[in-house]
Design a protein around this ligand. Structure first.
Ligand code: ADP
Length: 451
């Protein structure tokens, strides 16, 4: 087992990883930018190294600085968290060349799954159902018109290098497709430095359902059920639940088995999530994330399995110590992403947290580095906390969530807690009756009422 792990991240996820290390008796090294010198992950780590100025490019994304920090502190492994360098195959390769273990999959898998066109081809090869669409990348606007005619409108033009919901454009008709192609590939080029795009059928009312997997280096692959992440704004997840209100246990077992077989066939290693759109009882692969996901705690609450601990064990060469049959899903969990943003306009609200009170009680977990006096710097993602609630069933979970939200106090910066409070009282949400478009409509109608 590793003796010392460097955590190449910040905020709640750095703290989350640090906690798993503590539980396992492993020492921790925090890295931080000058803007995060007083952050909680730095305060609680055994050692810390400043790796640069506030901008992510010069600090958390600076491969050489992170690797040097690991070398000088003698860390034997690096956990990248999510975002930043977590899906950077070159980084995973570089650290292994320096004799440091990467807590994640192999660089090859990161590379293939990071290219959405290659990932889709790999999914098809390994027996995973995909969204109907172009056969690989689409080179010209004329080809886009041909694909549109073949698969039928509306279509979605997506960037091969896409992520975070960016580089996507819908074309409703053949007249739109040329323009949408140009806009999507232009945006992809400027945001991702790669203008390659592909086309998919635009599904009208799907849910977003994703399957969590763990695979060790001894050939064992298990799934830990699914998460429903349909509540999205601008293709970004806002609230997630486990299990999905839309699946029954036989559907769960069936898609879980398809995913496990595929992971076995590609020789996948460590934790991963296979994301699907789900419509009229059918699953359609959209992408695979080769890392820990923001919403992993809801799976932990329902299965009782510490995903970060498993990631660390797998990276150290250990074998999974439970089988698929031994995994049971108990009760229901929901995660609310709390962002430092205006709850109506979603404008970021960085600043100093002047007062802070966290909810607690049975079934309530808060993953956050916040405290009274903490600063929320303007340079990074605006998510400042995750409120995760578990109950014996969905109803108990919802009641606890309402209680927890009403107790949560963050002063000094605006947060999206009021949005969550409205959301948990919306009849459609309470009934589990929503798809990936529902939240945008809900937000729109809410802001009209407020104006
Ligand atoms: P990203 O990597 O940018 O997050 P994804 O491929 O995971 O991109 O898609 C993000 C979200 O965009 C999905 O959760 C879904 O809401 C929407 N989306 C993606 N593909 C389609 C599609 N073919 N039809 C309808 N909506 C889609």
């Amino acid at each position: 087992m590793f003796e010392k792990i460097l955590i190449a991240n910040r905020g709640e996820i750095a703290l989350r990883i640090l906690r798993a290390c503590r539980d396992m008796g492993i020492k921790t090294v925090a890295v931080h930018s000058t803007a995060d010198a007083e952050a909680m992950h730095v305060r609680l780590a055994d050692e810390s190294v400043c790796i640069g100025p506030p901008s992510s490019a010069d600090s958390y994304l600076n491969k050489a600085a992170v690797i040097s920090a690991a070398m000088v502190t003698n860390a034997d492994a690096i956990h990248p968290g999510y975002g930043f360098l977590s899906e950077n195959a070159d980084f995973a390769e570089m650290i292994e060349e320096h004799g440091i273990a990467f807590i994640g999959p192999t660089p090859e898998h990161i590379r293939v799954m990071g290219d959405k066109v290659a990932a889709k081809a790999e999914a098809i090869r390994s027996g995973i159902p995909v969204v109907p669409g172009s056969d690989g990348a689409v080179e010209t606007p004329e080809d886009a018109v041909k694909v549109g005619a073949e698969i039928g409108y509306p279509v979605l033009i997506k960037a091969s290098a896409g992520g975070g919901g960016r580089g996507m454009k819908v074309a409703e008709t053949a007249d739109d497709v040329v323009e949408a192609f140009k806009v999507a590939s232009g945006e992809a080029k400027s945001v991702f430095g790669n203008g390659e795009v592909y086309i998919e059928k635009y599904l009208s009312n799907p849910r977003h359902i994703e399957v969590q997997v763990l695979a060790d280096s001894h050939g064992n692959v298990v799934h830990l059920g699914e998460r429903d992440c349909s509540l999205q704004r601008k293709h970004q997840k806002v609230l997630e639940e486990c299990p999905s209100p839309a699946l029954n246990s036989s559907e769960r077992a069936k898609i879980g088995e398809v995913v496990c077989n595929a992971m076995r066939s590609i020789g996948y290693l460590n934790a991963g999530t296979v994301e699907f759109l789900y419509e009229n009882g059918e699953f359609y692969f959209i992408e695979m994330n080769t890392r820990l996901q923001v919403e992993h705690p809801i799976t932990e609450m329902v299965t009782g399995i510490d995903l970060v601990r498993e990631q660390i064990r797998i990276a150290s060469g250990a074998e999974l110590d439970f089988t698929q049959e031994e995994i049971s899903m108990a009760g229901h969990a929901i995660e609310c992403r709390v962002n430092a943003e205006d709850p109506v306009t979603f404008t970021p609200s960085p600043g100093k947290v002047t007062g802070y009170h966290m909810p607690g009680g049975l079934g309530v977990r808060v993953d956050s580095g916040l405290f009274a006096g903490a600063s929320v710097p303007p340079y990074y993602d605006s998510m400042i906390a995750k409120l995760i609630v578990h109950g014996r069933n969905r109803n108990e979970c919802l009641m606890r969530l309402k209680r927890a939200l009403s107790e949560y106090v963050v002063e000094g910066v605006k947060t999206t807690i009021p949005l969550h409070e409205k959301l948990v009282n919306a009849p459609d949400f309470v009934d589990g009756n929503y798809d990936i478009r529902w939240l945008e409509q809900f937000v729109l109608s809410g802001s009209e009422n407020n104006s």
